[in-house]
Design a protein around this ligand. Structure first.
Ligand code: GMT
Length: 377
């Protein structure tokens, strides 16, 4: 197939999933055309992967340059020039609307589009009343819609009252890349041998509750020698740095910024902290699990569909910092529990969320959607 993919190219789960999906599809013999305003961060090019940049003209009249319209134009151009069979957009707003416009612009061909809902497009953006009608419209006009968890599927149907069926296709991980291969030299860069390593990876947005990450670590640090790796960047980073100072643990909290090889960092870590307010899935938890890292997270959204409480880690209520610290100490102080949880987590990831198991679900959906679109033409 010739497949177009549109996503946000920056740091964030939906862009990562879209990029990894494109790479997997190319590896399976499809031609994949990425259409976005910048090269997605994890994208590596090969002869089956193409990138089409959407350039928005700056003009004094445009206080808000119309990205969605330029994107629609580029989508229509790529659909025609490269004879695309299907377009897959990640994140409803504005991508599904641009795809709808692009489809309508074409008079000589039918190119259906699939929208994948990732979470904040529904839970934050879509619920702002001003975005709700247009998000609902984008969902209804899509030729197929997927959600990354059962939680997100249910919430979309309940809150948007959409008629269009929403299929759950969970996120996935490349289990060959994400596997535990501890680089002892790298581990020693961050911690001494008698210190545990906790890791948090995010875009440091309010929803991630980085203040809880610091508070949990501060509790742990009172009873156990440990280091905390803070990976990523975003608006709440200064607050997290300030809190590490006020808790008097700044020298044990290492802010390493945006990184590419998460598998290497996860492989030197003992626990992943994900105390978010909400996660529709929690891709980073899955990546940690594939690297045998137990997860301490909140029991919210789609997280329980990925992390099994007491098996792959522990899940607690939002803001329950002391229980999360207790959970960390239980794992750090019991090597057998830590090893059992790590191994169970990897097995769970391998059996249920490996790329090979999930990508085929997207392929089937594409085939079915293309066939249907041409039948109703
Ligand atoms: O977490 C974010 O703020 C980024 C956001 C995105 O769209 O890039 O992540 C969402 O999509 C990820 C990939 O499907 C999910 O793993 C995250 O759980 C989801 N984030 C939220 O629901 C807050």
């Amino acid at each position: 197939m010739k497949i177009g993919i549109t996503c946000y190219p920056t740091y964030g789960g939906s862009g990562v999933v879209a990029t990894e999906l494109g790479k997997e599809l190319a590896g399976r013999g499809h031609d994949v055309h990425f259409i976005s305003y910048a090269l997605p961060i994890r994208l590596t090019m090969n002869e089956r992967i193409f990138f089409h940049e959407v350039e928005v003209l700056a003009y004094p009249l445009f206080e808000y340059p119309p990205y969605d319209l330029v994107l629609a134009t580029k989508m229509a151009e790529v659909m025609t020039r490269y004879d695309l069979d299907i377009l897959h957009v990640h994140y409803a707003i504005p991508h599904s609307i641009s795809a709808y416009l692009a489809k309508k612009m074409l008079t000589d061909r039918v190119v259906p589009f699939v929208t994948t809902l990732h979470g904040t497009d529904i839970t934050l953006v879509g619920n702002d009343r001003s975005y709700l009608p247009i998000t609902r419209f984008g969902i209804e006009q899509s030729d197929a819609v997927t959600a990354v968890s059962e939680y997100l599927r249910r919430r979309t149907i309940e809150e948007f009252q959409v008629q269009r069926p929403v299929t759950v296709v969970p996120n996935f991980v490349d289990c060959d890349v994400y596997d535990r291969a501890t680089d002892k030299g790298l581990r020693r860069k961050f911690a001494n041998d008698d210190e545990g390593i906790l890791i948090h990876i995010s875009n440091f947005r309010p929803v991630k509750r980085v203040e809880d990450v610091i508070a949990i670590f501060a509790e742990v640090r009172k009873k156990q020698k440990a280091r905390l790796l803070m990976v990523g960047d975003g608006p709440e980073r200064p607050k997290a740095e300030w809190l590490a100072n006020t808790h008097g643990i700044a020298k044990d909290v290492l802010f390493v910024g945006k990184q590419n090889e998460m598998n290497r960092l996860l492989s030197v870590s003992d626990i992943l902290l994900l105390p978010s307010e909400l996660e529709s899935f929690g891709l980073v938890a899955l990546e940690a699990m594939a690297c045998e890292v137990p997860v301490i997270a909140t029991q919210v959204g789609g997280v329980p569909e990925v992390v099994r409480h007491g098996v792959d880690g522990f899940l607690y209520g939002v803001g329950d910092v002391s229980s999360m610290a207790e959970g960390c100490l239980a794992i750090l102080n019991d090597p057998q529990l830590s090893s059992n949880m790590g191994k169970a987590a990897r097995e769970h990831a391998r059996h249920n969320f490996c790329a090979s198991k999930i990508v085929v679900q997207y392929e089937d959906l594409y085939h079915h959607t293309i066939q249907q679109a041409h039948t109703v033409k």
